[in-house]
Each structure stands twice: as structure tokens, then as C-alpha cells.
Design a protein around this ligand. Structure first.
Ligand SMILES: Nc1ncnc2c1ncn2[C@@H]1O[C@H](COP(=O)(O)OP(=O)(O)OP(=O)(O)O)[C@@H](O)[C@H]1O
Length: 259
């Protein structure tokens, strides 16, 4: 289980997060929604360790990780995808995915050269693992040798998911996984997310503006508005809450309304 307790984060005078608490249960899909600027990315950033909250705490499987560095959190089993695709565009699909797997190697990415025999055996095992569990699973076999830059957007997003999955994460943070996708690509991605939950019981956190997808696949929805949590419950309950509807509909013109 992952829990955020009374977390606040401010940038100058802007309160990006204001006393936010919630839990993401193990093996569940928890969505974080809210209008633009509500604090969703900030919440992801304090969970993954990119930012430190000014107050409050974050616990992961019983450990207080509030002050822990991002790479340590990754080593504990936290993986993340980004709003804007963060892949090595000139490298192949397979090589990008293997980079995710390297966080799992005991001999480590940088020390591989020094422990060549052991590292090579580990590398071969990792490759077999990735082929079976990630490439086949996410149906990427036909493009494994393709450079990422040559792929359509929806597939690039799937490769990014594959790279996160190669870390065998306990917690997977997905930042707008279907942004910019067409209906078919969105449905594929939703199916893959549900399959990941089903197969590995991964705890999944999701920031997403596509309300149809969020309400369809989430076990729980957290709603933020101006840095504060205004709702926390099952999709059924949350989408009927008047202040949630108000947050989306009663907003200024520059906010995106996707309900
Ligand atoms: N590095 C930063 N420096 C200054 N202000 C920031 C920074 N990051 C976020 N903010 C501000 O904090 C508030 C919350 O931003 P955040 O990006 O977390 O919202 P969001 O819900 O993810 O928005 P979006 O849906 O547009 O991605 C906004 O007012 C934003 O301008």
C-alpha cells in the first residue's frame, strides 16, 4: 500500500498541494483527476521523489519514503511514465525496454563492465524475462527492432509502458497514458493497464483527463481542485458528487472540460 499523509507543496505563493492525504491500495487502480493546474503532476512528483513536500509524509509498504531519493524509490519498485514521452528516440524498442530492466540487475548498469561473466548471465536472463513478460505481453514483438522515432504515437506510449514494466514495479505511476490517443489506441491502453493489474497485482496510480477511461478502469478516484482533495471514492460515487461536477463545469474558460 502507498499512502500520502497531509502533504503540502508550494511554489512561491502557489499552493500546488494543500494538505492532501490518500491511500492507494495494493493491486488497485487509483486515479487522480482534476482540472488543469489542480496539482496532479505535483502529487506524482512527491510520490516518485522528484520533489519533496514541505510538510506531510509518504509511506510505501510500511516504509517512510518521504525524504528518499527518486532512484532509491525506483529501486524499491516504483516506476513511472511521463506526460511527454521520455524514450531514447534513436534506439530500438528492445533497447529502450532493456534500460528499464537494468534497474533490476544486481551488478548494475555501470558496473557491468567489471563483473563481465555474472553480468552477462544476468543480462541474458533479463532479456529472456523481458521478451516473455513484457514484449509478448504488450504485443510489441513485431516492432522490437524498430527505432522508437519511427513509430506512431500510440505505440511509443506503449513502449514507454513496457520500459516501466521491465522494472517489475510494485507501484506503477502513469502520467496521462492515453493523452493524444485516438479511441482505438485508448481502448488498447486501457486493456493493457487492466491486464497488468490482473497479472501482477501491480498497484497502479493514474493521472488522466479522459474521464470515460478513468471511470471505466479505476477502483478508486481522487479528485483535486486548487491543490486540495475534494473527493475520494469509487468512480460511481465520485462522479455524482456536486462539488466534483462543479470543479469541472464551473471553471474558467482556460480549463479543459472533459467530463
Ligand atoms: N516547478 C513549478 N514551479 C512553479 N509552479 C509550479 C511548478 N510545478 C507546478 N506548479 C504550479 O502548481 C500548480 C499545480 O500544477 P500541476 O502541474 O501539479 O497541476 P496538474 O493538475 O498536473 O495540471 P495539468 O492537468 O495541467 O497537468 C499550478 O498552479 C502550477 O502552475
Amino acid at each position: 500500500m502507498l499512502s500520502v499523509t497531509h502533504a503540502s507543496l508550494a511554489f512561491g505563493g502557489i499552493r500546488a498541494l494543500d494538505d492532501v492525504s490518500f491511500t492507494a491500495e495494493t493491486g488497485h487502480i487509483t486515479a487522480i483527476i482534476g482540472p488543469n493546474g489542480a496539482g496532479k503532476t505535483s502529487l506524482f512528483n512527491i510520490i516518485s521523489g522528484f520533489y519533496q513536500p514541505q510538510s506531510g509524509s509518504i509511506h510505501f509498504d510500511g516504509t517512510d519514503i518521504t525524504g528518499m531519493r527518486a532512484d532509491k524509490r525506483a529501486a524499491m519498485g516504483m516506476a513511472r511514465t511521463f506526460q511527454n514521452i521520455a524514450l531514447f528516440r534513436g534506439m530500438t524498442v528492445l533497447d529502450n525496454i532493456k534500460l528499464g530492466g537494468h534497474t533490476r540487475l544486481r551488478s548494475g548498469f555501470w558496473s557491468s563492465g567489471f563483473y563481465y561473466g555474472a553480468a552477462r548471465r544476468e543480462e541474458a536472463a533479463l532479456r529472456a524475462d523481458i521478451e516473455r513478460d513484457v514484449i509478448d505481453f504488450l504485443e510489441l514483438d513485431h516492432i522490437r527492432k524498430a527505432p522508437v522515432a519511427a513509430l506512431p504515437y500510440g505505440l511509443q506510449k506503449r513502449v514507454e509502458l513496457a520500459r516501466a514494466l521491465a522494472m517489475r514495479p510494485k507501484v506503477l505511476l502513469l502520467d496521462e497514458p492515453v493523452a493524444g490517443m485516438n479511441r482505438e489506441e485508448t481502448e488498447d491502453m486501457a486493456r493493457f493497464i487492466l491486464d497488468i493489474q490482473d497479472r501482477w497485482e501491480t498497484t497502479i496510480l493514474l493521472v488522466e483527463h479522459d474521464m470515460g477511461m478513468v471511470m471505466d478502469i479505476s477502483n478508486k478516484v481522487i479528485v483535486l481542485n486548487f491543490g486540495r482533495k475534494i473527493a475520494d471514492g469509487t468512480p460511481d460515487v465520485v462522479q455524482r458528487q456536486p462539488d466534483v461536477i462543479e470543479a469541472y463545469l464551473g471553471t474558467s474558460e482556460d480549463r479543459e472540460v472533459t467530463v
